[in-house]
Design a protein around this ligand. Structure first.
Ligand code: NAP
Ligand code: GCO
Length: 263
């Protein structure tokens, strides 16, 4: 079975840091050529330096994944400068934690734009060359909120629920071209995106949400971006060529667990 990615070009969106960076690092360790983007040049530069510190010569591009013209042009540049994209990870994402009745339609649309419309835009840009090449892997970074709701994350849950179904539809529409499209559904992972949920209280105690997640996770810990590396390499490799339309939850068991009973 081939878990290696040698000779493959992998584009991971929004991978200057966080989950995207950890996935890109694991792909590089498996032999892939790494390409990533971010919105700001300074973050792309920081990302390139961070990859270089690990001995990874990553190719960084400034591109807003919600801008279809920019995405099309950037994918064309990547194909000319690096090569046809064999593996796409739609990782870039945002969240706005606002009670729904307080959220403006513009704020709702912004989350949908990055977390759902952008994976559509970037996938649409890379699929034609994958078809010509005769293979491709698309991995969409979904969420617990692809399955569950909670207060204040209506836009994010709607987007990630939609991303689950977009994953299944890409799998259905392009599976005959040897393109596999799957999702990874991380649990609660310690990154800048969840930092507000883990902030220590003034008295030094855990944030209530931090304690809540620990009680809802059989593994009794937050995940780390590195926990996603192995599942991502599996879904990017030939070892998963007959896995298609699947959302692989990497959540320490949250979705299987009703939660710790009161002591
Ligand atoms: P993060 O730390 O907030 O990083 C998100 C990355 O996406 C940043 O590099 C950000 O760049 C980039 N980005 C945002 N909007 C973009 C745009 N329009 N164009 C290009 N890049 C853009 O998030 P994370 O925790 O690593 O999460 C990565 C993915 O995993 C997201 O899709 C998130 O929804 C998902 N996820 C996270 C968790 C978790 O617990 N952390 C769990 C499940 C799923 P800037 O810094 O320039 O904004
Ligand atoms: C939140 C968190 C979650 C995580 C992740 C869980 O506010 O509930 O940010 O949404 O980011 O998506 O899988």
């Amino acid at each position: 079975m081939n878990f290696r990615l040698d000779g493959k070009v992998a584009l991971i969106t929004g991978a200057s840091y966080g989950i995207g960076f950890a996935i890109a690092k694991s792909f590089a360790e498996a032999g892939a050529e790494i390409v990533f983007n971010d919105i700001k040049q300074e973050l792309v530069d920081k990302g390139i330096d961070a990859y270089k510190e690990l001995g990874i010569n990553a190719h960084g591009y400034v591109c807003d994944v919600t801008d279809e013209t920019a995405v099309t042009e950037t994918v064309k540049r990547i194909e000319e400068e690096v090569g046809i994209i064999d593996i796409l990870v739609n990782n870039a994402g945002i969240i706005k934690r606002i009670p729904m009745t307080d959220m403006s339609a513009a704020e709702f649309r912004q989350v949908i734009d990055v977390d759902l419309n952008a994976p559509f835009i970037v996938s649409k840009a890379v699929i034609p060359s994958m078809i010509k090449k005769g293979h491709g892997k698309i991995i969409n970074i979904c969420s617990m909120m692809s399955e569950l709701g909670r207060e204040t994350v209506s836009a994010y849950a709607a987007a990630k629920g939609g991303l689950k179904m977009l994953t299944k539809n890409i799998a259905s529409e392009y599976g005959e071209y040897n393109i596999q499209c799957n999702g990874i559904g991380p649990g609660y992972i310690a990154t800048p995106q969840t930092a507000p949920l883990r902030e220590k209280q003034p008295d030094g105690s855990r944030h209530p949400f931090d304690s809540f997640i620990i009680s809802k996770t059989p593994a009794a810990r937050w995940g780390t971006p590195e926990d996603l590396a192995g599942p991502a390499v599996f879904l990017a490799s030939e070892a998963s060529d007959f896995v298609n339309g699947h959302i692989l939850y990497v959540d320490g068991g949250i979705l299987a667990y009703i939660g710790k009973q009161p002591q």
